[in-house]
Design a protein around this ligand. Sequence first.
Ligand SMILES: C[S@@+](CC[C@H](N)C(=O)[O-])C[C@H]1O[C@@H](n2cnc3c(N)ncnc32)[C@H](O)[C@@H]1O
Length: 207
Amino acid sequence: MDKIYTQSLVSLRIDNTIQALRQSALERHIPVMDDQTLQYLLVYLSSLRPKKILEIGTAVGLSAAAMLTVCPDAHVTTIEIDEERYIEAKKNLSDLGFSDRVTCHLGDAGEILSMMDAKYDFVFLDGPKAQYPRYMPELKRMLDKGGVVFADDVLLFGWVSGQTPTPEKHKLFVKKMREYLQNLTEDKDFLTSVIDVGDGVAVSVKR
Ligand SMILES: C[S@@+](CC[C@H](N)C(=O)[O-])C[C@H]1O[C@@H](n2cnc3c(N)ncnc32)[C@H](O)[C@@H]1O
């Protein structure tokens, strides 16, 4: 009930072009953030205004475009494994005028992260969910003090909390997500809050 009410209060103030591209992506079953989580991310970023953002999971570039819109001084580096989506993301971001503020990498995030040595002040983790625990040590290494990891879909469908039974084929995902949340909440180098917005978000600040 509360979710229906809070959903009705979402007022995304993003460019109509980005909204139209999101609608087109949804119609083609390309996974993009739900409105409520996107709203929360943009509120958070509008206050934090990070300058160096890393995104895992570009899809077709729409969350990257929205983040660039609310963080006018930011550069986004984003990683996508699917070549068709990577090509479409580059085109969308270029058409929106963001070419010089974004770096798109094509490939497996795990492999690319292990080769990166830049530092970031904000990470938007929205890639393959079962890989979150594997990515965390690399992200920790690349985060500045005070930097944030904003991980999406951490409670998916109530499976992770146990509120809804997990279908057999998704059990590994749930095990990995619980591992991710437990590691983070026990890690004394991070301050973490898990928030029941959209499909669940974990926000972790490096101390
Ligand atoms: C939920 S979508 C990202 C949505 C995007 N952040 C948005 O809201 O506009 C997750 C993306 O991660 C990509 N992905 C899956 N496995 C990956 C991997 N190992 N490395 C990099 N990207 C991966 C998928 O192809 C998919 O496009």
